[in-house]
Design a protein around this ligand. Structure first.
Ligand SMILES: Nc1ncnc2c1ncn2[C@@H]1O[C@H](COP(=O)(O)OP(=O)(O)O)[C@@H](O)[C@H]1O
Ligand SMILES: [Mg+2]
Length: 236
């Protein structure tokens, strides 16, 4: 089943167009990577799906239904979680409070505490620090918290924007392993990364986005053999 379809998307901010006709598909249960250099429009793609960019043309369908023009809170309620690249946690709230904020739209759902326990099982690293303010976490722990917070909305599809940015290789590998575990929990993941090797180590398929256009789409093992960094800089 196709969970997410982005069809000929032209979008940006106000009148400025960043994406010039992008089409991608994500099947249920997949990890799909979108790879591209800085400024390619990766974040804009996720912002467009999440209802926080200006859509000029094209469509975005989730579970077969257009979500173009929907507000972010409605998109969360439909089952899309987002761990953005920046400002993805509340630094002055504790780890536990951040997770509770992630479940905010679920109201008084009695299963929230069970779900907190479940994300702490997935991320014991932050469970140990549940009463610590998020600003005192390490970079790796912060990214785990950002992902954990997005999970608290109980999404079917998780959008991750450069979760390994700024992390040491070991912390980046740990995080990638967690994303694989999240898929095993039944979620589908759209992963945006500049870190080609790390992303392809867990993805099923990947798209290469350069200058607001998809220039290549292939299974991850095939992309791993390409010189993608060269593509990033237009040398092929
Ligand atoms: N909020 C914004 N308002 C206006 N332009 C933006 C905004 N965010 C990003 N841009 C511009 O859109 C282009 C693509 O940015 P972005 O989607 O963040 O790329 P990436 O995530 O691939 O690095 C860049 O030229 C950037 O300057
Ligand atoms: Mg970005």
């Amino acid at each position: 089943m196709t969970l997410l379809e982005v069809v000929n998307l032209k979008s940006g901010y106000g009148k400025m167009e960043v994406l010039h006709g992008v089409s991608i598909e994500v099947e249920k249960g997949e990890i799909v990577a979108v790879l591209g250099p800085n400024g390619a429009g990766k974040t804009t793609l996720l912002n467009s799906i999440f209802g926080i960019a200006t859509i000029h043309e094209g469509d975005i369908r989730f579970q077969g239904k257009s979500i173009r023009g929907e507000k972010p809170y409605r998109i969360v309620k439909m089952g899309i979680g987002y761990a953005p690249q920046l400002n993805n946690i509340f630094p002055n709230l504790t780890v536990l409070e951040n997770l509770q904020m992630g479940a905010y739209l679920r109201g008084r759902d009695p299963s929230i505490n069970d779900d907190i326990r479940e994300v702490f099982e997935l991320f014991p690293e932050i469970a140990r620090r549940k009463n610590t303010k998020a600003k005192s976490l390490s970079g790796g722990e912060r990214q785990m918290l950002a992902v954990a917070r997005a999970l608290m909305a109980k999404p079917k599809l998780l959008l991750l924007d450069e979760p390994t940015a700024g992390l040491a290789p070991k912390a980046a590998t740990t995080l990638m392993n967690k994303i694989e575990e999240i898929r095993e929990m039944g979620l589908t993941v759209l992963l945006v990364e500049q870190n080609v090797k790390k992303a392809l180590s867990i993805a099923d398929r990947g798209y290469v986005l350069v200058g607001g256009k998809i220039v290549l789409e292939a299974p991850a093992e095939k992309l791993a053999k390409e010189n993608i960094e060269k593509l990033f800089f237009g040398q092929i």
